[in-house]
Design a protein around this ligand. Structure first.
Ligand code: ADP
Ligand code: MG
Length: 486
């Protein structure tokens, strides 16, 4: 793209920023530059203080942690008048280059940001990681265990409904939570999404916290582990990192699939893991696949992972879904008629998260209508979009086709390696919609775009953020979603 050259007109600082951008791009590479630095803009410059604006808090934190030192340095050399650089969030940005606003049709009920954001609480843990640091992890007892990820108070053994498909995983989790002596190491739990892995992991922690609070537990996602390790490397603080991880009694790593293809980090994990196992400390891991099927994991690590107990949680059956609905209704304090429960348990079979989501929608609807009784008619009406899409089963091919059409590019371009924003943004939107509207995993979606799962993950997060910041983009996505669901 010719527009990649950052030459701007106006104030001298704008011109300097253009030059700094070119330098940053060379130093950090195009991908990092496009993701984190390109969206920054130069704000006020007064009394030697310069404001650099980022479109979101997440992005600002990331830039401060990773790039601010370098930006300060370069600018210092360029312009001695600049005494201080402030990184600030400037909301209300809209990325007009990426969205053709003439395509905008006003839609009557565009979802609130909270709505969209709220759908995806589990996958937003990255934001928490970015804000966390080794130093502030010990600020309170909860974050000491979870490294900043809040423990869900409802994810307890008592609230976990046991059925044929998950009884073994449940028994194994209880066993590790209850016994001081390690009987299998590691415990490796796997299943596709929304079947209760994180719920069981949190249950173990709650149990230990209650019954044996002196045990030192660390729970984090593989992404958090990677982030912390990379940060420790950057700040030459690996000794503290090793110390922190090797002094625990129980190490729990959730979503281990995201440890894939991470050379040095994986090696560090391997050593941490081996030293803990040798010392008889418990390691518990969850992932979306069995150790042998994990992509990008070294053979020697795989073979250590299968050395303990590997347990899978299978897709739910009707009875379990009924049990779960009853339990969740009880926790939510709502009256759920048997007929409605049966209907939901028959229709929503993909995973428990979706089942719970549909129950919440119905409950919220009844509460909005001042406690109106939940009926089968009302349920069918409230969930009609969802049920229709389940009946139709949207495919990734269809999503690619519609998104390409909408943005007036070809499907080939969407799948290509071109990074121009006019292609890259629609590609991210297509990935986001594929994650939202299909039950495909991140690696599966990635393959359809000739990318790996981390790119898809990044795209999903990016779009989640943009939806909050950029009304017109949110509306474009909503139009696409409706077209695809109809
Ligand atoms: P995963 O980590 O496997 O993707 P989660 O543990 O996040 O799945 O579960 C998704 C949702 O489904 C959570 O709200 C969880 O409480 C619920 N859930 C899953 N399995 C059960 C179960 N057997 N009993 C009660 N709730 C469950
Ligand atoms: Mg999970």
């Amino acid at each position: 793209m010719a527009e990649e050259a950052f030459v701007s007109e106006g104030r001298p600082v704008d011109l300097q920023w253009g030059q700094i951008c070119n330098q940053l791009k060379m130093e950090f590479g195009e991908t990092a530059f496009d993701s984190w630095l390109k969206p920054l803009t130069v704000g006020d410059f007064k009394d030697g203080v310069m404001n650099i604006c980022a479109p979101t808090a997440f992005m600002k934190n990331w830039v401060v942690t990773h790039y601010s030192d370098r930006i300060n340095k370069i600018w210092e050399q360029q312009n001695p008048d600049i005494k201080k650089i402030n990184f600030i969030v400037q909301t209300g940005f809209s990325d007009r280059r990426s969205v053709d606003t003439s395509l905008l049709k006003k839609i009557s009920s565009s979802p609130t940001p909270q709505n969209i954001y709220g759908c995806n609480i589990n996958s937003s843990s990255f934001g928490l990681v970015a804000g966390a640091s080794l130093a502030n992890d010990t600020s309170n007892s909860n974050s000491n265990i979870t490294n900043g990820t809040p423990l869900n108070p409802n994810y307890t053994f008592e609230n976990f409904v046991v059925g044929k498909t998950n009884e073994f995983a449940y028994a194994a989790a209880r066993k590790v939570a209850e016994s001081k002596n390690v009987s299998f190491n590691p415990l490796f739990l796997y299943s596709s999404v929304g079947l209760g892995k994180t719920h069981l992991m949190h249950s173990i922690i709650w149990h230990i916290k209650k019954n044996d609070p002196t045990r030192n537990v660390i729970y984090l996602t593989a992404e958090q582990f990677v982030y912390k390790f990379v940060k420790a490397l950057r700040y030459k603080d690996t000794a503290a990192f090793k110390e922190q991880f090797r002094s625990v009694d129980v190490l729990m790593v959730d979503d281990f699939q995201f440890m894939g293809n991470k050379g040095t980090t994986q090696e560090e994990f391997f050593h941490t893991f081996s030293s803990l196992v040798e010392e008889g400390k418990q390691v518990i891991i969850s992932a979306d696949k069995s150790p042998t099927d994990l992509d990008g994991i070294e053979e020697r690590l795989k073979s250590r992972l299968v050395g303990g107990l590997v347990v899978d949680i299978m897709p739910t059956n009707f009875d379990l879904r009924m049990g779960i609905l009853q339990k969740k209704a009880e926790l939510m304090g709502i009256e759920l008629p048997q007929k409605v429960a049966e209907f939901l348990a028959q229709k929503i079979t993909s995973n428990v998260r979706e089942l719970e989501g549909s129950l919440k929608r119905v409950a919220a609807h009844s509460q909005l209508l001042s406690g109106k009784e939940i009926t089968l008619d009302m349920t069918q009406d409230v969930l009609k979009d969802m049920l229709r899409s389940i009946d139709r089963k949207t495919t990734i091919d269809e999503i690619q086709k519609k998104v390409a059409e909408h943005f007036n590019i070809s499907v080939k371009e969407l799948q290509s390696s071109r990074r121009a924003r006019t292609v890259a943004r629609p590609r991210q939107i297509a990935m986001y919609l594929a994650k939202q509207l299909t039950s495909r995993s991140l690696p599966e979606i990635g393959r359809k775009f000739d990318r790996d799962h981390t790119t898809v993950m990044h795209a999903v997060r990016k779009v989640e953020e943009l939806i909050i910041e950029d009304q017109s983009l949110a509306e474009n996505i909503e139009i696409l979603r409706r077209t695809l669901e109809n």
